[in-house]
Design a protein around this ligand. Structure first.
Ligand code: GTP
Ligand code: MG
Length: 197
């Protein structure tokens, strides 16, 4: 599935522009700069499919990637500290939240948390929104290559405790690095479950 064809099909800036719901969808959500676009690239084995950047606020629309006509990956704009006007940020956020709440083909949301950074109120809000909307989500720690093992273990325990408080969360926490490939194959296997035969 992930080794096969993968095609960028669409970037939506407004909810009215979303593509038709023909395939099951997996969306990637998380703070600006957490590594969403990099993770989409690592999963699909394409270095430049989704545009990644060290500058927060890189992804500015909902980008849809069709995997072999069996599954749609959706790279979302980040929430948090994108250096754009507040009104623009609020527009993105409204669109993101509306998309997450109201998309019947959305089968799972991958919520990314930076292994090096504290869990923020914004992250909890997104997980609570998914609980309320009863949208299944799974949490992934990103940039695990850049954290010392003891610190990573502490972070893992902290996030696992948080996950247990969310009814819509998949219980397993994935430790990943888009740079070293840590956890990528296992995450592919989790997500392949949602693909159309
Ligand atoms: P926005 O689109 O702005 O919301 O950001 P994003 O979440 O898509 O992040 P992006 O993938 O663009 O990556 C942000 C920065 O983090 C880039 O400089 C990446 O090189 C870096 N990065 C991403 N994944 C990893 C990783 O696994 N390890 C390390 N060390 N850095 C990473
Ligand atoms: Mg991005």
């Amino acid at each position: 599935l992930f080794a096969g064809e993968c095609e960028f099909i669409f970037g939506a800036q407004k909810l009215g522009q979303l593509p038709p719901q023909t395939l099951p969808e997996i969306a990637f959500a998380g703070r600006s700069n957490v590594g969403k676009s990099s993770l989409v690239n690592a999963l699909t084995g394409r270095r430049t499919l989704a545009r990644a950047s060290s500058e927060p606020g890189r992804t500015r629309q909902l980008n849809f990637f069709n995997l072999a006509n069996r599954l749609m990956l959706v790279d979302m704009p980040g929430y948090g500290y994108a250096r754009v006007a507040r009104s623009v940020k609020e527009d993105w956020q409204d669109m993101m939240f509306d998309y997450l709440r109201g998309r019947p083909v959305l089968r799972r949301v991958v919520v990314l948390l930076d292994a090096r950074i504290e869990l923020k109120a914004h992250d909890k809000e997104v997980m609570e929104l998914l609980d309320r909307a009863a949208v299944s989500f799974q949490v992934v720690l990103t940039k695990c290559d850049d954290v010392a093992p003891t610190k990573l273990a502490r972070k893992q325990a902290e996030v696992e405790a948080e996950i247990r408080t969310h009814p819509a969360a998949y219980p397993h926490l994935s430790l990943t690095s888009s740079q070293t490939g840590l956890g990528i194959e296992a995450l592919r296997a989790d997500l392949a479950e949602f693909a159309q035969p």
